[in-house]
Design a protein around this ligand. Structure first.
Ligand code: ZN
Ligand code: MN
Length: 493
C-alpha cells in the first residue's frame, strides 16, 4: 500500500531534476525561413530544409542565438565563447531528417542557477542549472482510428511538420529539487523569467514550455536512487502531480523489495499516475557527432555584454521592489506574477487606484473572465487605465461592486472605454436618489415577514430586503447606501 506522498517524506527523500524545452519567440524557424506561427493548416509552413530533403542546408537563426544567450544570462550561466551543434540520430517519423540538430558536449550556456521560493517552507531554494542548449523542435504525429489517440489501436497516423525546426532551448537543472511543490515553483519561476526577457511567450497549454521530470527517491542519507523520466508534463499543476504520483509509485516498488527501472514514463492527466514508455536510451544510442553542415558558433564577449546590459529587471528582483512599493507580501505578489497581472496591477495603482482594489479586480473579476475566454488577463483588451477609471467611479459611488464586473466585461467586448459603457448602458449606481428610496419602500411592502423579523431584532433579514432591491435595480443599487436606507426607513440600527 502507498503511504501517500506527505507521509512517506518522513522516511524518504524526493530528488528531482527537470529538463524543460522552451520554444523561442522567433518569427522564423531555427535553420530556415519558414514561419513559426501557430494554427496554420498542416504542412503549410515547410520547405526543403525543415522537411529534411536531400541537399538542403541549414542556416542558423541569429535571433535564436541571441534569445538563448538572454536565457543563459538570466539564469546566471556562463556563455561558452565557442560551441558546436551536434547531430542526435534517431529514427522517428516526427523528425523527417531522422536526426535532430542539437547540442551535446558543447552547449551554449552552462553552470547557472535559478532561485525559487519553496511554497511549503517559504525558504529560498537555489536550483542549479547544468546547461541550456539550442536544438530544433520535432513535427507532430496524430494517430487516427484508435479509441485513445495513441498509436496502439490506430488505423493510421498523420504527421504535421509545421513545428519541425522551430527553435528550442532545452534547460537542464541539477538534481537539486527536493519536493513536488518546488518542482512546480521552479517551472513557474522559469516561465516568468522567459516572459520577462522576451525569450518566449512560454504558454504551456500551447506546448511552448514542456517539462520532463527526472524523479528518484532515496531513504534519508543514502546515495541517489535510480531515476525515471516522466515526459512532456505540460502544466504547472501537472508537474506537481506527476512528481507526487511517481514518488509514491517508486516508494511502493522499493518498499516491496523491488528495484526502480530506469525508463521513460508518461503522465496521465486523468489518473494522476505515470505509465511506462520506452526503456531509456543511453546517449550512445543516439550516435551524436558534430553537425557537419554548420560552422561552430562563437558569440564574442562584447556581444554578450551588450545582451547583458539589455536585460530587464528579473521577476524576483521586481517582486522584491514591488513588495515595498505596493505593500503586498511575497505570496500575493507571486500569485499576481504567475497570473500575468503584476505589471497591470502596478500600472493601475500608479494611476491612483488603491493597490488592494486593483489587485482584486485583476485577480478576481478579470482573471475569471480571462479564464472563461481561454485568454490571459492581459489579453482581454482591458487596460490599466480602464481599470483605474472603473475603480475611480466605484470609489465615487457611481458604480456598485456588481456593476464593476459588468462594465469591465463590456470594455473587454469592445464596447468602448468605461465612461462610454456606463453612458451607453445607463449604468449609474443608484445611491442617494429618490429612485433608490422608491425601490426600498417597494421591497419593504413586498416582504412583510422580513420586516417583522428585522423589527424583532433579527437584522440578518435586512439581506432579504436588500436582495429584492438589487433585483429590482438590476444590480445598480449601491450596497452600502441601500443597507443604510433600509435601516433608516425601518428605524433600526
Ligand atoms: Zn523550412
Ligand atoms: Mn531535447
Amino acid at each position: 500500500m502507498s503511504a501517500g506522498y506527505d507521509t512517506l517524506r518522513t522516511e524518504w527523500e524526493v530528488v528531482v531534476g527537470l529538463e524543460t524545452h522552451v520554444e523561442l519567440g522567433t518569427r522564423t524557424k531555427m535553420f530556415c525561413g519558414c514561419s513559426t506561427e501557430l494554427g496554420a493548416p498542416p504542412n503549410s509552413q515547410v520547405c526543403p530544409t525543415c522537411l529534411g530533403l536531400p541537399g538542403a542546408l541549414p542556416v542558423l537563426n541569429e535571433l535564436a542565438v541571441e534569445l538563448t544567450v538572454r536565457i543563459g544570462l538570466a539564469l546566471h550561466c556562463d556563455i561558452a565563447p565557442w560551441c558546436r551543434f551536434a547531430r542526435k540520430n534517431y529514427f522517428y517519423p516526427d523528425q523527417p531528417k531522422d536526426f535532430q540538430i542539437s547540442q551535446y558536449d558543447e552547449p551554449l550556456c552552462v553552470d547557472g542557477y535559478l532561485d525559487v521560493d519553496d511554497p511549503e517552507t517559504g525558504e529560498l531554494v537555489r536550483v542549479g542549472i547544468e546547461r541550456a542548449h539550442m536544438e530544433e523542435d520535432t513535427g507532430k504525429t496524430l494517430h487516427v482510428g484508435g479509441a485513445t489517440g495513441r498509436i496502439h489501436g490506430a488505423t493510421h497516423s498523420l504527421v504535421d511538420y509545421n513545428r519541425a525546426g522551430i527553435p528550442l532551448v532545452e534547460i537542464v537543472t541539477r538534481p537539486d529539487i527536493r519536493s513536488a511543490a518546488v518542482a512546480r515553483a521552479y517551472v513557474g519561476e522559469l516561465r516568468e523569467v522567459l516572459r520577462s526577457i522576451g525569450a518566449s511567450a512560454a504558454r504551456m497549454e500551447q506546448g511552448q514550455l514542456r517539462c520532463d521530470a527526472n524523479t528518484s527517491v532515496r531513504r534519508l542519507g543514502e546515495p541517489l536512487g535510480t531515476r525515471t523520466e516522466t515526459k512532456n508534463v505540460n502544466s504547472l499543476r501537472a508537474v506537481e502531480r506527476a512528481v507526487r504520483g511517481e514518488v509514491e509509485r517508486q516508494v511502493v516498488v522499493l518498499g516491496g523489495g523491488g528495484a526502480v527501472k530506469q525508463e521513460t514514463r508518461h503522465f496521465d492527466e486523468t489518473t494522476g499516475l505515470t505509465r511506462p514508455g520506452r526503456s531509456k536510451e543511453d546517449a550512445t544510442d543516439y550516435r551524436y557527432f558534430p553537425e557537419p553542415d554548420l560552422t561552430p558558433l562563437a558569440v564574442d564577449d562584447e556581444h554578450v555584454s551588450r545582451i547583458r546590459e539589455s536585460l530587464p529587471e528579473l521577476p524576483r528582483e521586481r517582486r522584491a521592489r514591488l513588495a515595498e512599493v505596493l505593500g503586498f507580501d511575497a505570496l500575493a505578489l507571486g500569485q499576481m506574477s504567475s497570473a500575468g497581472v503584476l505589471d497591470l496591477v502596478q500600472e493601475t495603482a500608479a494611476l491612483g487606484a488603491d493597490p488592494v482594489a486593483a489587485q482584486a479586480v485583476w485577480m478576481n473579476d478579470l482573471a475569471a473572465l480571462a479564464n472563461e475566454r481561454d485568454l490571459e488577463a492581459g489579453e482581454l483588451g482591458v487596460s490599466a487605465p480602464d481599470v483605474a477609471r472603473v475603480l475611480e467611479l466605484r470609489a465615487d459611488g457611481a458604480l456598485s461592486a456588481a456593476l464593476v464586473r459588468q462594465v469591465l466585461t463590456a470594455v473587454a467586448d469592445g464596447e468602448g472605454g468605461p465612461d462610454t459603457v456606463v453612458e451607453a448602458r445607463g449604468l449609474r449606481a443608484l445611491s442617494d436618489s429618490g429612485e433608490l428610496q422608491g425601490l426600498v419602500d417597494a421591497a419593504i411592502t413586498a416582504n412583510p415577514d422580513a420586516v417583522a423579523s428585522i423589527r424583532a431584532g433579527k437584522l440578518g433579514a435586512v439581506g432579504q430586503i436588500m436582495g429584492a432591491v438589487m433585483k429590482a435595480s438590476r444590480g445598480q443599487a449601491d450596497g452600502k447606501a441601500t443597507t443604510a436606507l433600509i435601516r433608516s426607513t425601518l428605524g433600526v440600527g
